[in-house]
Design a protein around this ligand. Structure first.
Ligand code: HEM
Length: 448
């Protein structure tokens, strides 16, 4: 990942055009150009590179061609309304309570441990329960298989980008057959397929019990229930369409949040004064008695949100976004983005650019104070992308992550001697820390 960042730094000024073989690329970093591109209807198509992830995520919202995407996005958007998200809070509370309890064995040992297995497993539980109404702990062994297979599949998918001889689909099909990778892709799909099947059966049983005038309120249907109901009403999602959207939500919604949470907790462990300030804010809002966290509580956690946004600035889980221009689009300085060009949008470069952030390599939540945000162009922060094809789950992600961090900080003090400059990054489908997220945990009542 550091090599990629090195290339991005040298590619100035942007828009920066280059050719790799016969393929035309344009790198865009200026916020005013990003605003134009991300909101232009002729830049909604994803680049051909996304087809390398199709064996894993299929053709869900993230990777589907524009015409299919438009129809699906319109139908799926209601599953992210605020009223429905408010109903997720009891699940956020229950799952994080379990997480905090599971972490107890790491507390007060004085030993380092890696946050990742705890945080990633919990994020997957939460996404499955909230968006699909399914407790995947009842499918524990399939869940473990899913996590293992996803690790292998996303690394192999991204390595394919750097191996041009594997680009033709027929060669890649032979490659995955002979290397046994087909099995990993099957295992990634096994868990979502089981969830869908169980949900379909549940829905059929419910329908039998419902009387004609018992109408279920659409705005409160979970994402998967909504897809299945829409299908009954003629939306014409195929079984593969539904599976692809479910896999997309499971991966897009859990790994991204888990990475952001792990980096945020690591940053808080490195910066004890900031951690104390975040804790004080949480204590002031929630008091010292144990009680469930509500949506109105997290809306008040302004400083905690600054900490999470600052982490997303330095460590955006999706460091590169690739689109394709389908018509000529004029940009700043009389630059014309030509039809057919592959557009590279690099949140990791934009958000570390010295013209946009002072001391861009330092972690400083003050970068997201109201005053600092007001001084910058809105598109200086694009960790959730932007425009009509931006992240559908950004609000959900913030709610869910704020509950997780506040429940951990209520119970524990985090410490680490790892330094920001020690962190090495790798890139597969997402950007991660090579050496994990190692911290020490102390019970808050023990006061170290
Ligand atoms: C910290 C958490 C998250 C980050 C940083 C993030 C970031 C992003 C980014 C950068 C994109 C655009 C990707 C591209 O164009 O290549 C995206 C798209 C998407 N995200 Fe998120 N995401 C997060 C959480 C979530 C959650 C919680 C969900 C679902 C519950 C979700 C679902 C999606 C979907 C479905 C898309 C595709 C949208 C479309 O093309 O219409 N994301 N996200």
């Amino acid at each position: 990942m550091e090599a990629v960042m090195g290339y991005l730094e040298k590619a100035e000024p942007t828009p920066y055009t280059f050719w790799l073989g016969y393929v035309h690329y344009v790198l865009i970093c200026k916020p005013e150009d990003l605003q134009v591109v991300l909101n232009n209807s002729n830049c909604l198509e994803k680049s051909n590179f996304y087809k390398f992830f199709v064996n894993t995520v299929g053709e869900g919202l993230f990777s589907s061609p524009v015409e299919k995407w438009k129809k699906h996005r319109r139908l799926i958007t209601p599953a992210f309304n605020i009223r429905l998200m408010e109903t997720f809070f009891p699940i956020f509370n229950a799952k994080n309570e379990r997480l905090v309890r599971r972490m107890e064995k790491e507390a007060d040992t004085g030993e380092y441990f890696d946050l990742w297995p705890y945080i990633s497993s919990n994020a997957l539980d939460i996404i499955c329960q909230t968006t699909m109404g399914y407790d995947i702990n009842s499918l524990e062994s399939t869940k473990v298989e899913f996590e293992e297979a996803l690790k292998i599949a996303s690394v192999e998918d991204s390595l394919r980008i750097y191996k041009p001889w594997l680009h033709p689909d027929f060669i890649f099909k032979l490659y995955i057959k002979f290397t046994g990778l087909t099995k990993s892709y099957e295992l990634v799909h096994k868990l979502p397929e089981q969830i869908i099947e169980r949900k379909q059966n549940e829905l059929r049983e419910k329908k039998l019990k419902l009387r004609d005038n018992d109408v279920r309120e659409k705005s409160l249907l979970s994402f998967l229930d909504l897809l299945l109901e829409l299908n009954e009403e003629g939306a014409e999602f195929s079984d593969t369409d539904i599976r692809d959207e479910v896999v997309t939500m499971m991966i897009g919604g859990s790994e991204t949040s888990a990475l952001t949470l792990s980096f945020t907790l690591l940053m808080l462990a490195m910066n004890s004064e900031v951690q104390e300030r975040a804790y004080k804010e949480i204590e002031q809002i929630l008091g010292t008695d144990e009680r469930p966290i509500l949506m109105e509580d997290v809306n008040k956690m302004v400083f905690l949100e600054q900490c999470i946004r600052e982490t997303l600035r330095l460590f955006p889980p999706g460091p590169l976004i690739l689109r394709k221009a389908t018509k000529d689009v004029p940009l700043s300085d009389n630059f014309i983005l030509r039809s057919g060009a592959n557009i590279i949008i690099p949140p990791v470069r934009v958000q570390r650019h010295p013209n946009l952030y002072e001391n861009p390599l330092m972690w400083n939540p003050e970068n997201f104070s109201v005053e600092e945000v007001a001084k910058r162009h809105k598109y200086s922060f694009i960790a959730f992308s932007g425009g009509p094809r931006g992240c559908i789950g950004s609000k959900y992600a913030m709610f869910s992550m704020k509950v997780t961090v506040s429940m951990i900080l209520q119970k524990y003090i985090l410490r680490t001697e790892v330094k920001l400059e020690d962190i090495r990054l790798s890139l597969d489908l997402l950007m991660r820390s090579v050496h994990g997220y190692k911290i020490k945990l102390y019970s808050r009542k023990l006061k170290i």
